[in-house]
Design a protein around this ligand. Sequence first.
Ligand SMILES: [Zn+2]
Length: 263
Amino acid sequence: MKFIDTHSHIYGEEFDADREEVIQRAKAAGAACVLLPNIDADSMEPMLALCHRHQGFCYPMMGLHPTELPEHPQPLLERMEAAIAADRHAAREFVAIGEVGVDLYWDASRREEQLEVFRLQALWSIRYQLPLVVHSRSAHAELLQVLAPLGSKLCGGIFHCFGGTAEEARELLSFDGFFLGIGGVVTFKKSTLPEILRQNVPLERVVIETDAPYLAPTPHRGKRNEPAFLPLVIERLAEVYGVTAEEVAAVTTENARRLFRLP
Ligand SMILES: [Zn+2]
């Protein structure tokens, strides 16, 4: 069984002590590759270093996370866009714009700036024809407000760590070429996600992710998450959809390969 972890922060310091073992365990568990979303200025270097060390296994994204907005984001955004633009001329490195979005859960005081920065990065996705990996928390209406006017110009992406209602799922899936990123939460005992997925979201619109180090699936809940735990998510999704784990792995892997144009 092969799978792709479409969202993992294993370049983070939580993995400094045993990162190579985490990668070996990921491979042993069946990971074909792991996609790394950028966060801020400080994450760029460790993320790219890890991708260079594990070419063909770790792939980077580029973008500014909404909770990490610097006081004056413009210089950093220019640096990020320059990196993406330069990448167009060499062998392609970045597989997506991410992770970007709106987070009004932690801090709603800079709502307008967050929307502005998200819109700008959504435009990168169109300009450079790279999928958009979206983080959203307590910001569903704002998300639609930014994305709806871009409509058919968008070139697909992921609503990462989806945890919304059935209605929100349907609204997000009205964007062509977008997938819902599903991870450990689907294994949690009281999660309403299984029912929402079963009734509203075909497996053809699902990709899987850890969001490591966060959101480890049951029975590792509360501990550090890592890509090797994803088979637990795959098994739960197999129950949810009434198919085999092999089928969940095959369909979600193909979804991710197509979206990110992976080899
Ligand atoms: Zn993330």
